[in-house]
Design a protein around this ligand. Structure first.
Ligand SMILES: N[C@@H](CCC(=O)N[C@@H](CS)C(=O)NCC(=O)O)C(=O)O
Length: 314
């Protein structure tokens, strides 16, 4: 019999292979994406210090702090955007980490603080640290500790605490008059869009996926309607809420639409969201904060349980 004419395996083999694969998949997913009833739960960030806060340990200085970022990561991308928009390139430097294909986690692109990977850096800051080692990290080179590893807080720190050294100190991305509006957009966008795409992609049941996917597109539709009469989320004022939305939108059609099954609509099919995304993308410096080729390579190449072949779509 020629190769092409071989029959399919017996039904027993199919059932057996499905069972083994599904069990392995669930085991891998529980490592990658902790869940409750099949619905992805993002672990909370552990390092939450402030700069110029009450304890007076971390004060704003030039060249004292740096950011550890992965180029594919949307949470890290937020911090790179605020750094560039505020003009802090000569104040806070950046160390790039890259995904470790076989070990999981992040490796240093260049050895830093004598560390080869991000876990070593976390443990330099706190030797008994056992939690997730995520990017972004705002690192203090002076005390060799992590100031903060929560992107939502790091971007507020970068917006507020380095104005005496910033090239654009007058750009306030979190102004008092829009605070409550920004906070309410942030809450909705975090749950349904930023983390919503992960809740689609990391769902372990059909129900959890559908709940996340419908919630995601309900909020995208709402933003699309809002942008009919508004340049940004808060009218003409670019804010942290826009930065937080942008880093998900820019990855959407290239990655989340296919890999995370966020497939009801593409961003390209929303005229206002597309216009809005391009508007932010053309702000000075923004295009240098991300690289779609690296983003696709990292997501499709490293999230093994979602894409076992490792094939990167064209
Ligand atoms: N809450 C964190 C989430 C950051 C996050 O999940 N980063 C991912 C990369 S996109 C990561 O480093 N994951 C590694 C891991 O979970 O072990 C933030 O917003 O700063």
């Amino acid at each position: 019999m020629s190769k092409q004419n071989k029959s399919l395996p017996t039904s027993f083999l199919i059932v057996f292979a499905k069972f083994v694969w599904k069990s392995l998949w669930l085991a891998m997913m529980s490592q990658l994406a902790p869940s409750e009833k099949g619905s992805y739960q993002r672990p909370s960030s552990q390092f939450r210090h402030q700069i110029n806060g009450d304890n007076n340990i971390y004060t704003s200085e030039v060249d004292r702090y740096c950011l550890y970022v992965g180029i594919s990561c949307p949470w890290a991308h937020r911090t790179l955007m605020v750094r560039v928009l505020k003009g802090l390139e000569n104040v806070i430097d950046v160390n790039i980490v890259i995904p470790s294909v076989n070990q999981g986690g992040w490796e240093m692109q260049k050895i830093s603080e004598n560390c080869h990977n991000l876990r070593q850096l976390y443990q330099l800051s706190q030797p008994d640290y056992k939690g997730r080692c995520t990017v972004p990290v705002l690192w203090d080179k002076k005390t060799k500790t992590i100031v903060n590893n929560e992107s939502a807080e790091i971007i507020v720190i970068l917006n507020n605490q380095f104005n005496e050294y910033a090239k654009n100190p007058d750009l306030n991305l979190y102004p008092d008059e829009f605070k409550s509006e920004i906070d309410s957009w942030n809450e909705k966008i975090y749950h349904h869009v930023n983390n919503g795409v992960y809740r689609c992609g990391f769902a372990q049941t059909q129900e959890a996926y559908e709940e996340a996917c419908l919630g995601l597109f309900t909020v995208l539709d709402e933003i699309e309607a809002h942008l009919t009469h508004n340049r940004y989320l808060c009218n003409h004022q670019l804010t942290l809420a826009d930065i937080r939305l942008f880093t998900t939108l820019i990855r959407f059609d290239a990655v989340y639409y296919t890999l995370f099954k966020c497939s009801l609509r593409s961003i390209e099919s929303y005229p206002n969201l597309s216009r809005y995304m391009k508007d932010i993308d053309t702000l000075a410096g923004v295009k240098q904060t991300y690289d779609l080729k690296v983003i696709k390579k990292d997501y499709f190449g490293n999230l093994f349980p979602l894409n076992p072949s490792g094939i990167i779509p064209l």
